[in-house]
Design a protein around this ligand. Structure first.
Ligand code: GLN
Ligand code: ZN
Length: 720
């Protein structure tokens, strides 16, 4: 029996160090290259990855962690969970991923508490499942041809059915996993990895029983590889004894998010995730060694060193960032550096002290957060704002961004490359602002925006202008499919050296008599979409950013800007997976938002924007933000949201159309949605706006859609 290798990683970035996969995908989708060419790029990236991992000295190489789009989609295809409607498509895989003409894609959801988005598998009663192991077997053989034995990685059965919202289908799915294990054994595979991140969230007794039953059953397969069940994104809690009681040979623990469990793991291999796959910092060696040593108390037969989760969530290589400050660079570890750390820690395994010594984490005393400061109660503010702004009922506004044109992006790239002078670029931005303002005036919107043409991204733009952040050149991380983000690195104390948005807001105001909103990103979102320091509690980091936003709010107000929007689309993203921790998080997250906005006077109207479909789940927190106007997503989650917001105590703008689609809504459908809103809320508090920013749309689509939105608002105004 092959023992588990002493060093491994749970997964590795697949987009490529220069986003090779992104380019290959987009070229295939545009019809500029063939599927065979796309596959070739995939094979090259896989070969590169295996050579790289082996070159860094890693013993256990994973396979099937590569994906052309998404690993959950790959698992659905593996199990034959391809809904009937996609089967006739020219390319069913990408039809499920992206949709085709007339066919919507599968739903997308956030992969647990990360910024990666996976597709939601559909297990309808009519879907007949059938194993298709061509992809994993192909990768195993491909690696073999290069001289590498690999451990194929799959989404485990329990997580898969939970993602599909169909625990009752577990018994239909398990025979396919049994069959898969048989095929892997026939292929001579020694170990298979089944990922069960769903076990890091609260699970019901029924679900825990399902875990036990599933792995008892897979463990009983006669000819099979040894089973490694990987958990990540937190502690296993009650799922650990359930799993430990089954015949699986190895269990992966996230020892960055969780401590060493007091569990009996006699006879098991523990794959110790001591190198974080979620941050960009070097691993504190002492802490990792202490955790490895403490594992001896579990009775584990063998300990292997690994990452806390897949390295999918970090960029490839710090060596690709020569422009970063050397002092900061020395503190950083991206995927390749983390692999080297795993290898080094595995090398120290034999010399660990016999008994575990207590880990002494940094003891940080939480300072009391600064007070929110006082604004008058909402009714007082609402009256002051009504007098100042003189808006009609059902005021029409937008969420902030207007289309980002190709010329604008080219101009931005040119300034970065020094081929366009800074002031020529600023002139360009001003021209875009003027275009957006004139369009909104012509269409008859009530509260205008400048359109955000100066922003590359709603977080990076602010990160580049605040002390304490660094931005990278090649630090891309996959968000979904070919989409990547380049999260800024929040590494030090955050300060705002100078006003950031004031000049654009002032310019926009100089062009029109109508009210213009100032536009800022909120403290939670700035931190959520950055890699952040871990030597301070998250809460304190968010409060530092809140202080900087508060200063910007004050400067906008002093410049006479009557409405200031502070976006918090990521408020829900940092919500802990375990319910026990959620309340505390929401409490300080809301306090940070209030700290950022509560310096505003009563006649300054504060807006906020949140754009996920389940705002109803944290409605109390949204209420706690105390913004005068809240705009939310609702075109897709419709009736449910409207039911939940009934009686919401402040201004509310349920998005009247879905900006994620190029479709132009008719005035009638907008009117219909507004009528339903008016049944839930008094007319004096309803705002009319799209679901989210318009930056991904074209001017043509935006103009047609907003014209209908204004028309619908006008028709209803006559009635209220
Ligand atoms: N103001 C931003 C925009 O309009 C908000 C984006 C978001 O919610 N993600 O683009
Ligand atoms: Zn949004």
């Amino acid at each position: 029996m092959t023992p588990f290798p002493t060093s491994t990683v749970l997964g590795y970035p697949r987009i490529g160090p220069r986003r090779e996969l992104k380019r290959a995908l987009e070229s295939y989708w545009d019809g500029r290259s063939t599927r065979a060419e796309l596959e070739r790029t995939g094979a090259e990236l896989r070969a590169r990855t295996w050579h790289r991992l082996a070159g860094l000295g890693l013993e256990g190489l994973p396979s099937n962690t590569f994906s052309l789009y998404d690993h959950v989609l790959d698992t659905a295809v593996l199990l034959g969970a391809v809904p009937e409607r996609y089967r006739e498509a020219a390319d069913p895989y990408f039809a499920m991923a992206r949709g085709t003409d007339g066919l919507a894609p599968l739903r997308m959801t956030k992969w647990f508490d990360t910024n990666y988005h996976s597709l939601v598998p559909e297990l309808g009663p009519e879907t007949t499942l059938k194993l298709d192991a061509a992809k994993p077997l192909g990768e195993i053989r491909e690696a073999r041809a290069l001289g590498y034995e690999t451990r194929p990685v799959f989404v485990g059965p329990v997580t898969f059915v939970l993602l599909a919202g169909a625990l009752d289908r577990l018994d239909d799915v398990l025979p396919l996993y049994e069959e898969l294990l048989g095929e892997l054994a026939a292929e001579g595979v020694a170990w298979a990895q089944l990922d069960e991140p769903a076990l890091a969230a609260d699970r019901t007794p029924e679900e825990l029983a399902a875990v036990r039953a599933a792995y008892d059953r897979l463990g009983a397969v006669r000819a099979r590889p040894r089973l490694f069940v990987a958990s990540y994104f937190g502690e296993l809690g009650a799922a650990l004894p359930a799993l430990a009681a089954t015949p699986v040979e190895a269990i992966g623990l996230d020892l960055v998010r969780g401590g060493v469990p007091a569990a009996d793991l006699t006879g098991k291999t523990v794959v110790a995730g001591v190198v974080s796959g979620r941050d960009v910092w070097r691993t504190p060696t002492e802490r990792a060694l202490a955790a490895l040593a403490a594992l001896s108390a579990t009775g584990a037969e063998r300990v292997a060193v690994s990452t806390s989760c897949s390295l999918l969530h970090v960029p490839h290589d710090v060596a690709d960032e020569p422009e970063l400050d050397p002092e900061l660079r020395a503190r950083l570890a991206f995927a390749d550096q983390k692999v080297a750390e795993v290898v080094a820690l595995a090398g120290a395994l034999d010399d660990l002290p016999a008994a575990g010594f207590q880990e002494s984490g940094p003891s940080v005393a939480l300072a009391d957060p600064p007070p929110a400061g006082g604004r008058a109660p909402y009714p007082v503010r609402a009256a002051a704002q009504a007098a100042r702004l003189g808006l009609p009922p059902l005021p029409v506004t937008t969420i902030g961004s207007f289309p980002q044109t190709g010329e604008l992006r080219a101009a931005r790239a040119a300034v970065t490359a020094d081929t366009l002078a800074e002031d020529a670029y600023e002139r360009r931005v001003e021209a875009e602002i003027e275009r957006a303002i004139r369009l909104q005036e012509r269409l008859g919107l009530d509260v205008l925006v400048h359109g955000e043409p100066e922003r590359n991204d709603m977080v990076q733009y602010f990160a580049e202008r605040l002390d304490g952040f660094a931005v990278t050149r090649n630090g891309w991380v996959q968000s979904y499919g070919s989409r990547c983000t380049r999260p800024p690195i929040l590494h030090g104390d955050v300060r705002r050296p100078a006003p950031i948005t004031v000049r654009w807001a002032e310019y926009a105001r100089s062009l029109t008599d109508r009210p213009v909103k100032g536009m800022l990103t909120g403290p939670v979102t700035i931190v959520a979409w950055s890699f952040r320091r871990d030597d301070l509690p998250l809460r304190d980091v968010v409060f530092q950013v809140a202080e900087a936003v508060r200063e910007e709010v004050a400067d906008l107000e002093a410049a006479g800007v009557p409405i200031i929007q502070v976006d918090e689309p990521a408020l829900r993203e940092l919500l802990p997976l375990r319910r026990a921790a959620q309340e505390e998080y929401l409490e300080w997250a809301v306090a940070a938002y209030r700290r950022a906005t509560s310096g505003a006077g009563d006649s300054t109207q504060i807006h906020t924007h949140l754009c996920y479909s389940d705002a109803d789940q944290i409605l109390a927190a949204i209420d706690g933000l105390d913004a005068d106007v809240t705009t939310i997503e609702s075109a897709r989650s419709g009736a449910r949201i409207l039911g939940a917001v009934e009686g919401f105590g402040r201004g509310l703008g349920p998005g009247v159309y879905d900006i994620h689609s190029p479709r132009v809504p008719s005035a009638e459908e907008v009117e219909d949605l507004l009528r339903r809103t008016l049944r839930a809320l008094p007319a004096g508090r309803v705002w009319v706006n799209p679901d989210c920013g318009l930056k991904t749309r074209t001017y043509e689509q935006v103009e047609a859609a907003l014209a209908n939105v204004v028309e619908a608002a006008r028709r209803l105004r006559a009635e209220v």
